[in-house]
Design a protein around this ligand. Sequence first.
Ligand SMILES: C[S@@+](CC[C@H](N)C(=O)[O-])C[C@H]1O[C@@H](n2cnc3c(N)ncnc32)[C@H](O)[C@@H]1O
Length: 187
Amino acid sequence: MTSDPFQAYKETQRDNWKSFAPLAMTTTPSAAKLVHFAGVRPNQRVLDVGCGTGVVAITARRAGGIVTGFDLTPELLAVAKESAAIAELDDITWKEGDVENLPFRDAEFDVVLSQFAHIFAPRPEVAIQEMLRVLKAGGRIAFHTWPPELFIGRMFALTASYLPPPDPKPAPPHQWGDPNIVLQRLG
Ligand SMILES: C[S@@+](CC[C@H](N)C(=O)[O-])C[C@H]1O[C@@H](n2cnc3c(N)ncnc32)[C@H](O)[C@@H]1O
């Protein structure tokens, strides 16, 4: 049996993200951009990692994808299901779990998306390995992140500077906003 050194950290994350739903109004406009950028086409299998309230998953479904929304936080998945029902999209699969341990087969998806989400995994190398594992050869991975030098990135750095250092230490989410780090991590 392997144990996760970040289990307690992820439980806290899950608890903190519960209240994110009202803020999804700030991530809804960029969802359309991400789905467009990834070139989602009808009948492609699409995974939305860290789907939250489902803004990307629902947009990808509207583009014709066969969509799975996946998230750590059950309260947000409940909102996503409710929104999909209002939009009369009853064939999106919603699943709870951790991006560092995706419950999907190798090469199951044509497109893997993440909007401001996988960046919160404490071990980027584990998260990206999982996201690439479930992606078909020749498939597409696309994500939105916050650059460290702009408002949200700076806010994260500021908040972290006032918190006690966590043990073990997770990788800072804003590193995913540095194109050089993204290139290294994607190999
Ligand atoms: C800023 S919200 C973004 C939600 C959504 N993608 C959007 O654009 O509105 C971050 C999301 O990442 C999820 N998340 C954080 N850590 C995660 C993990 N280890 N595995 C899966 N999801 C995670 C949270 O539950 C939350 O829904």
